[in-house]
Design a binder for this molecule. Structure first.
Ligand SMILES: *Cc1c(COP(=O)(O)O)cnc(C)c1O
Length: 461
């Protein structure tokens, strides 16, 4: 039996050129599709039947593996940048950002320390400083790009609790029996997850009729829960409705009482860049920490969350990992991104956003976000004009929630499955107080009014 000649694994030369070109060609073609097919998930059974074993002693060869990806695996994965992908929070990377993600992949830069990644970290920090300025945070603010909002929220809360503990110790005060974080009843599930990891309590503040956490409600909740609250999390754009809590009022209360103020803006804080909605985010200037996900509404590919602290030193004390082989890294004046979150090794995942911002300039970002917000308002008006639809809440940012009169959850599911089958869009049901509805989450500049109208038409009686 003859053994097929194996391609060398660690050289990039004439013999590996064909595969190099095929893979780059694939990436290039995918980027040129406008739009890329939406595609659809497949069952485990289907994939087990169609995909032969791929991990073998001899290897399949790159061309065969790429072919399997292109023909079976990729089509069984949704394109979240499709203009009709309107559920959850979609993504819509710019071409510049996607291109630079390829460069980051090809560059093997370790983004955890200044020693290893100074130049790349410098560029990432330029973006973090720019964002901090936009949010009204001081010059000294800084942080790190982490994997997503979940890790961003966890890291911020870990820093906040560490700070609270040290302060109590310094003042010779007793530690409370339980630490607790206060957030809105509509806060993202990641706050609860962070609390579970940290073994702390979550106190939910009821929202007003528009879904907003108000300063009065926070004050009232604090009255009955005086001990142990070390942080208040305000949401700057809830995931379901895009509602922005009263950041100024809540931030002021947190300040007065010496409680850490964290702004979870994973989706919505990007809208602080848009002149028309900037006023909603003025209170972000009071934040001790804030997050925004570039992979949501800042047109960057997965995965990136900008985590910013007012006083990064607090986070550095809480998060720096010590180990003999790491000692050489902790030199004054050098920014080690790993020290500012629950992470060590990291990709320089802020660079795709950096490159795209450097390419297009901030104004293009403001305009693109503004356009999404205008489209949300336009389609909300269209929904209100149709007698078989009901707008659940006036959109504040770019999420439009509405009901089809008389539809049960099952009706939405059947309709949504049909839209996916026809490859028009991904529009899933959600609910409020047990009442089903559906929503358009608009963060993709390729999503048009015409497409949304086409979708509304499919709901006609
Ligand atoms: C999406 C979201 C998160 C979680 O972010 P991931 O990047 O998915 O981990 C947290 N908070 C809010 C408000 C979100 O919309």
């Amino acid at each position: 039996m003859s053994t097929p000649e194996r391609a060398p694994m660690h050289s990039s030369n004439e013999r590996t050129k064909a595969l190099r070109e095929k893979v780059i060609e694939y990436a290039k073609r995918r980027m040129e599709l406008d739009p890329a097919p939406l595609d659809r998930p497949q069952t485990l059974d289907y994939l087990q039947q169609v995909v032969p074993p791929t991990i073998t002693e001899a290897g399949l060869g790159g061309e065969r593996a790429l072919e399997l990806f292109a023909e079976v695996l990729a089509p069984a994965s949704l394109s979240t940048d499709h203009p009709g992908y309107l559920s959850f929070i979609p993504t819509a990377p710019t071409e510049a950002a996607t291109l630079f993600d390829l460069v980051v992949s090809a560059s093997s830069i370790y983004g955890g320390s200044w020693l290893e990644g100074a130049g790349a970290v410098y560029a990432e920090n330029e973006v973090l400083s720019w964002l901090a300025r936009e949010f009204g945070m001081p010059e000294s603010a800084g942080g790190v790009f982490v994997q997503g909002g979940t890790i961003g929220n966890l890291s911020a809360l870990v820093a906040a609790r560490d700070h609270a503990k040290r302060r109590l110790a310094a003042e010779s005060c007793q530690q409370p029996p339980r630490f607790a974080v206060l957030c809105s009843a509509e806060a993202h599930s990641s706050i609860k997850s962070a609390a579970a990891v940290m073994d702390i309590d979550v106190i939910k503040v009821p929202v007003d009729s528009s879904g907003r956490m108000t300063a009065a409600a926070v004050a009232q909740t604090l009255e009955t829960n005086p001990d142990g609250v070390f942080a208040i999390v305000a949401t700057a754009g809830t995931t379901n409705f895009g509602i922005v809590d009263d950041l100024t009022g809540i931030g002021s209360i947190a300040r007065e009482r010496g409680i850490w103020f964290h702004v979870d803006g994973a989706y919505g804080l990007a809208a602080a860049l848009a002149p028309s909605s900037r006023h909603l985010f003025e209170g972000a200037a009071l934040a001790d920490s804030a997050i925004v996900d570039p992979h949501k509404w800042l047109f960057a590919p997965f995965d990136a969350c900008a985590l910013i602290y007012r006083d990064p030193e607090i986070a550095r004390i809480a998060h720096t990992q010590y180990g003999e082989y790491l000692e050489t890294l902790n030199k004054p004046g050098e920014w080690n991104p790993s020290d500012y979150a629950f992470n060590l090794t990291r990709r320089v995942r802020g660079l795709p956003l950096w490159f795209s911002l450097a390419t297009h300039g901030a104004t293009a970002y403001r305009e693109a976000i503004e356009e999404n917000i205008s489209l949300a308002k336009l389609i909300a008006a269209e929904i209100e004009s149709r007698d078989y639809l009901r707008l659940v809440r006036e959109p504040e940012l770019s999420i439009v929630v509405f009901e089809r009169n008389g539809w049960t959850l099952e009706d939405y599911e059947i309709w949504g499955a049909d839209l996916l089958e026809k490859q028009i869009g991904l529009v899933l049901p959600s609910s409020l107080n047990g009442r089903p509805h559906t929503r358009f989450a608009i963060v993709n500049p390729r999503t048009t009014f015409e497409l949304l109208v086409e979708i509304l038409d499919t709901m006609k009686p």
